[in-house]
Design a protein around this ligand. Sequence first.
Ligand code: RB5
Length: 145
Amino acid sequence: MKLAIGSDHGGIHLKEVLKKHLEERKIECIDVGTYTEESCDYPDFALKVCREITEGNVDRGILVCGTGIGMSLAANKVKGIRAALCGDVFSATMSREHNNANVICLGERVLGPGLAVCVLDAWLDTEFAGGRHQRRVDKIMAIEE
Ligand code: RB5
């Protein structure tokens, strides 16, 4: 699995924690920025990560901002993206199993680093269940048309 990760200034510290964790898990990850603590606009980085997915360069994406909310709002505007804002392991698991989320959004100012890593691991390690959930995901995607 190959991932893209991005954050704004509000998520840059958690982004570094998650990158280190992915490195330890030997999961390849493209960091699209931001690279400094200077104030920036989260939609720019949401779009960069989403484009990596829609262009087929990576399988899934991770977005981090202060709350994760802005990133999820922006990412869900991109055709082909199903972004899930997750603050707990159950939601992260279900966002994969039932919703086939291809982006996870996390809030650095909401989650401690330990919980964020557990939430991310649950999301990475859960496969989409398909079946009746495929029909529902298809209906979500049809809304884009
Ligand atoms: C930046 O201050 C903050 O608004 C941003 O990181 C995010 O929380 C937006 O949803």
